[in-house]
Design a protein. Structure first.
Length: 357
């Protein structure tokens, strides 16, 4: 191959002898007349590169394939992070509506039951339109049950904690979740978790303690419920990742439906003991909470579908910012300077993990 490079003809596949033959051939003699100097060093250089490529073609191909794979994984992690940020902007609106319900003496179990029942009904038309299977595959029943169980447990514990704590405090305490997710990712998903991520996660948890100052909540029921909620959400995250991995992975909309349906099955037997009548405003809150919850849960599933669990999970810390804002907006719970300091550390730790990745 011959290219014009730097005003001269340069061969990419041979040595300076190639240029000599071209220059002395009758067909090119006249076209080469204006050229006074040919840089043979450039020809030798490009010829060396070509010979090296011919000598190690497999190694070069492997390097290129590795770069493509790394770029693809980086882009997928970026998409997962974006989905998580959007989800954490919506999720606190669920907490606001749930707090109104549980503080008006509606049991948290009933709130979860209504959310899962209404969510299942809302998703049925989308499942039919998309021709998605209503039931999980034969090998997916345990994952579906795990999704429902952990989702119901996390929801009941967290909504119950809102009777004792502010939304911001409950969210901050439940943010032990990324620590458990990172631990479970290494144990059950065989993901490699580097020391830098562990350090950043521990710093994030320390920032959570700064925010809530647990000396005031150490032995309270609300704090224990929020902690259990965080651990249950970690189990839910691992169940999502296992359900969306492999060749026969479940579509996000189908996974959202199966989560709601399985959680509905889990909590239904307990409803005879907890059911209370709702007025019109409470029904409106239940419907609004369901719609926002569907959107948020779908985004969370998509986030873990795209990105590695140990990379995406720390960005759930962004919820502390949005939940603090909504807590102040609806309940006049304004954070102090110490809280803002802790939030800053949380955000920085999440961004550091992304940078390391």
């Amino acid at each position: 191959m011959v290219l014009a490079y730097g005003g001269h003809l340069v061969s990419l596949s041979g040595s300076s002898r190639t240029l000599f033959r071209l220059r002395n051939s009758p067909s090119t003699q006249q076209s080469l007349q204006p050229t006074k100097h040919i840089d043979h060093r450039r020809s030798v250089f490009f010829g060396s590169v070509s010979r090296a490529h011919r000598k190690f073609p497999q190694r070069t191909g492997n390097i290129m394939s590795l770069n493509v794979a790394l770029t693809r994984q980086s882009n997928m992690n970026g998409s997962g992070i974006l989905m998580m940020v959007l989800a954490m902007t919506l999720v606190p609106m669920i907490d606001v509506q749930a707090k109104y319900l549980v503080t008006s003496q509606i049991p948290a179990m009933q709130v979860i039951f209504l959310r899962m029942l209404l969510g299942t009904l809302f998703l049925v038309p989308f499942m039919i339109a998309g021709r998605h299977p209503m039931l999980p595959p034969a090998r997916g029943w345990w994952n579906a049950f795990g999704l429902g169980f952990f989702s119901a447990l996390a929801g009941v514990c967290f909504f119950s904690s809102l009777k004792f704590l502010s939304i911001a405090d409950a969210v901050a305490i439940s943010f032990v979740q990324p620590l458990f997710v990172t631990l479970f990712s290494g144990l059950f998903l065989k993901e490699r978790v580097r020391a830098a991520r562990w350090v950043a996660l521990l710093i994030g948890f320390a920032a959570t303690l700064i925010i809530i100052r647990p000396t005031h909540h150490a032995l309270e029921v609300g704090s224990l419920l929020a902690l259990v909620s965080g651990a249950a959400m970690a189990g839910y995250v691992i169940a999502i990742k296992k359900s969306t991995s492999g060749v026969q992975s479940v579509a996000p909309i189908a996974l959202t439906f199966q989560t709601h349906f399985s959680a509905f099955i889990v909590v239904t037997p307990l409803m005879l003991m907890f059911w209370q009548e709702l007025d019109l405003f409470q029904w409106m809150l239940a419907v609004g909470m369901t719609l926002v919850g569907l959107a948020g849960q779908y985004l969370i599933i998509k986030a873990y579908h795209y990105g590695e669990a140990s990379v995406v999970a720390p960005f759930a810390y962004i919820e502390i910012i949005t939940s603090t804002f909504f807590s102040w907006l609806f309940f006049a719970e304004l954070p102090d300077n110490v809280t803002f300091f802790g939030v800053t550390i949380l955000v920085c730790s999440s961004l550091y993990i992304a940078w390391r990745r």
